[in-house]
Design a protein around this ligand. Structure first.
Ligand code: IMP
Length: 177
């Protein structure tokens, strides 16, 4: 199926499953190479990153830890931008090699506001892996270390990403028509 409907909007196929998986394998290969002999802690940001984190993790052959945390909510088709709090971060980050796992970086505000809280715990290193980056929309300075796809500034759903709670279950990524 090429066109799907989520709530009141139509979405057209943008990234097929094979393309997403192939790119995640490449990112995992980069991470396997960069972190050989180390044991990074992946901090995946819920809800959107659950599929990406799961697939990325399967392609790793290094020792690695994983935890999921929740930040602010994202309502409708516009980023609320207000990071409220983080829930679920039990690990002590001191001295650890941390890799943040995001589904998408849009304005960059979420991570820009949240990273200082993590850096405060003095991890040994901190990198960001994001499946998608809307570079045209990014307003807040961020260094993205592993980027799956740089995409246009158009709303997308699927592969963990939602539009008002729906659309996360698709294996592909769809772009609003
Ligand atoms: P930022 O703070 O503007 O970078 O927004 C980051 C968050 O907004 C992501 O983690 C997503 O939850 C959400 N988001 C941004 N763009 C989209 C989109 O096109 N589809 C679904 N969610 C999005």
């Amino acid at each position: 199926m090429a066109i799907i409907k989520v709530h009141d909007k139509s979405f057209d196929i943008y990234l097929p499953e094979e393309k997403i998986q192939q790119r995640i394998k490449e990112l995992a290969a980069d991470i396997n190479r960069d972190y050989k002999g180390r044991r990074p802690l992946f901090i995946a940001i819920l809800n959107g990153s659950f599929m990406f984190a799961s697939d990325l993790f399967k392609y790793l052959d290094i020792e690695a830890e994983l935890c999921f945390i929740k930040l602010a909510s994202y309502k409708g088709m516009k980023s609320s931008g207000n990071v409220v709090t983080s829930i679920g971060l039990e690990d002590d980050l001191f001295g650890k090699d941390v890799i943040i796992v995001e589904d998408i970086v849009d304005t960059g505000k979420t991570l820009h506001n949240f990273l200082p809280k993590l850096i405060h715990q003095q991890p040994k290193s901190m990198k960001i892996a994001t499946l998608l980056h809307k570079s045209e929309a990014t307003e807040f300075p961020l260094t993205l270390d592993y980027v799956g796809f740089d995409i246009p500034n158009k709303f997308v759903v699927g592969y963990g990403l939602d539009y008002d709670g729906l659309g996360r279950n698709w294996k592909e990524i769809y772009q609003v028509v």
